[in-house]
Ligand binder design. Structure first.
Ligand code: GLU
Length: 303
């Protein structure tokens, strides 16, 4: 294996909306293997800011499954629910330089103005914001959400697996939400603040989040923090062809039998699963296979 990269910090950041299923295990394994292949550290973060979507017991179940799979983290997991003061500080910093502004629009109003402008509906998971409140709240409007003032132009993103994922965030997403109208912190803000706070240098996650990456690069720039490197692995599809989720039949993996679960995840990631039996040997062989394709020597081109 290549010389260890002591500066490498990776992470897995599940939302506790249910137990780990085949898709989330593949993402967890990929990020763990990438960290080990680089001789780096691997951290865990529980993204429990969306309380209504949280499922009781999911955090404990996720941690238990990871430990049975042998995917042990370097250090205790960070819980986003404890990090509100840091998100508040980031929003304050953005406001004080004029990069965040209050928005009084409802979803309905945004959808209507989009329709009037002939814009297509939601792209990248959010309605394209037409900029209604950018230059100040219209008279009589109350602030609801906080948005980032997104600079014009294409944001460059070079994914280690997907290649060019650049995106014109201003045109395709618009000024996106940092704090939601219901007072909850937006995923985009929390993830950027926490990746920076945890010193994350490499993000490896499911390709369903590839469309968020450019937004996270913009936000990191606005906050004056470094963006990590990116690698998005294919998502596992459910019965309906969409990303596997609770809605389309995702079931919890059987953590009592870790090797078949790891074999399936490895195959999904496009690798022949190691035929060695024995947990530690399996993980060691899988790390070598990952390193041959994505390790520091395999990626001398800089990706
Ligand atoms: N919490 C997100 C999820 O479970 C992942 C966030 C990330 O990896 O950036 O989908």
């Amino acid at each position: 294996m290549s010389a260890p990269d002591r500066g490498y910090v990776g992470r897995f950041a599940p939302s506790p909306t249910g137990p780990l299923h085949a898709g989330s295990v593949a993402a967890a394994l990929a990020s763990w293997l990438d960290a080990r292949a680089h001789g780096g550290r691997w951290l865990l973060r529980i993204e429990d800011i969306d309380r209504p979507r949280e499922q009781p017991g999911a955090t404990a179940s996720i941690l238990d499954t990871l430990s049975r799979l042998g995917l042990r983290a370097d250090g205790d997991p960070v819980l986003q629910s404890t990090r509100g003061a840091h998100y508040e500080a980031a929003l304050y910093a953005l406001r004080s330089v004029g990069l965040a502004y209050p928005c009084g629009c409802t979803r309905r109003e945004i959808a209507d103005s989009q329709q009037r402008a002939g814009l297509s509906a939601a792209r990248h998971g959010e309605l394209v914001y037409p900029g209604t409140c950018r230059d100040g709240l219209p008279p009589g409007r109350e602030p609801r959400a906080w948005r980032l003032r997104v600079p014009e132009g294409v944001v460059r993103v070079d994914d280690r697996l997907l290649g060019d994922c650049s995106q014109d965030v201003a045109a395709e997403v618009g000024d996106f939400v940092l704090r939601r109208a219901d007072g909850m912190w937006a995923y985009q803000l929390a993830v950027v603040v926490d990746d920076a706070a945890q010193g994350v240098t490499h993000v490896v996650r499911g390709a369903d989040l590839a469309g968020s990456t450019a937004r996270q690069v913009v936000l990191a720039g606005a906050l004056g923090v470094r963006s990590p490197r990116w690698l998005h692995v294919p998502v596992v599809a459910g019965a309906d062809g969409d990303k596997l989720s609770k809605q389309n039949g995702a079931t919890a993996v059987d953590a009592a039998r870790p090797l078949p679960v790891l074999d399936a995840a490895m195959a999904h990631l496009g690798f022949e699963p190691p035929s060695v039996r024995g947990h530690d040997a399996w993980l060691a062989e899988a790390t070598l296979r990952w390193a041959a394709r994505h390790g520091p020597r395999a990626t001398a081109s800089g990706r």
